[in-house]
Ligand binder design. Structure first.
Ligand code: DGL
Length: 271
């Protein structure tokens, strides 16, 4: 990674990864970013490991062509399924599963159980179970396939979403002998449900800490490119790319990024 101002690629199946970009922008003021959202092929959470690996390889090539010196795979599903399958890469690639497990281990004592909420594909991969085991944590992995479409719809605070959350939480808790010590939001979209989930968990009389990978991922990125953490007077430049509807990206993206998105360039990764 170069000693000049680094450019960091951030990749997700859509705009959910903007929650990770937000943490990176805070932690790495002396870096520029290339964000690629593969909105045309979202959701990844229901696809096979082979397909997700192929998409991730394309994304890696794309950000490299746009000057990125490191890739942060913000998508939990791609991190879980594609990263173990990637061979040696020309630039460092950082996923969100290890940081997510690290975040769980800061909230849950060794030997306890973390409840992982994620997409079907991430759950099937058991990537979180393995990463958490490295920290001495047990896991119960629960697929919550309705959360992504609800968040995409902007329904982060509706009665319907509360009901869906209650059902998922109840199903998970019924499978566990004791309440989990932490809940991990193992999907890019779930941080937008943090407030709602916190309320529902409290309503069950269980004050369980809820963690996500964004902050821990940003810290790992900073460790890989320490000078990106230097103070800088130059504003960070972010180039946004999407594989479908730039207009939708611009409309929904700010919910995840907490700032306006001025321009999004449409790209075709198969071209
Ligand atoms: N980005 C995906 C993840 O974090 C969620 C959306 C999708 O299924 O593509 O798992």
């Amino acid at each position: 990674v170069s000693p000049t101002r680094p450019c960091i690629g951030v990749f997700d199946s859509g705009f959910g990864g903007l929650t990770v970009l937000r943490a990176l922008l805070d932690r790495l003021p002396n870096a520029d970013f290339v964000y690629l959202g593969d909105t045309a092929r979202l959701p990844y959470g229901t696809k096979s490991p082979e397909t997700i690996t192929r998409y991730t390889e394309q994304a890696l090539r794309f950000v490299q062509q746009h000057g990125a010196e490191m890739l942060v795979v913000a998508c939990n599903t791609a991190s879980a399924l594609a990263l173990p399958a990637l061979g040696p890469t020309a630039i460092p690639v950082l996923g969100v599963i290890q940081p997510g497990a690290e975040a769980a281990s800061t909230a849950a004592p060794e030997g306890s159980t973390a409840l992982i909420l994620a997409t079907e594909a991430t759950v099937q991969s058991h990537a979180y179970a393995r990463a958490c085991a490295d920290h001495g944590l047990q896991t119960f992995e629960k697929a919550c396939p309705l959360f992504v479409p609800l968040v995409e719809e902007g329904w982060t605070d509706t009665a319907v979403t509360e009901q869906v959350a209650d059902i998922y939480l109840r199903e998970a808790l019924d499978s566990l002998a004791a309440p989990p010590a932490a809940i991990v939001l193992g999907c890019t979209h779930y941080p937008l449900l943090r407030a709602l989930l916190t309320r529902r968990v409290a309503a069950l009389g269980l004050p369980i800490p809820i963690v996500d990978a964004a902050e821990a991922t940003a810290q790992r990125a900073l460790a890989a490119v320490p000078h990106a953490g230097d103070r800088s007077h130059r504003p960070q430049h972010i180039a946004f790319f999407a594989t479908d509807s730039a207009a939708k990206f611009q409309r929904l993206g700010p919910r995840f990024l907490h700032r306006e998105i001025e321009a999004v360039t449409l790209v075709d990764l198969d071209a």
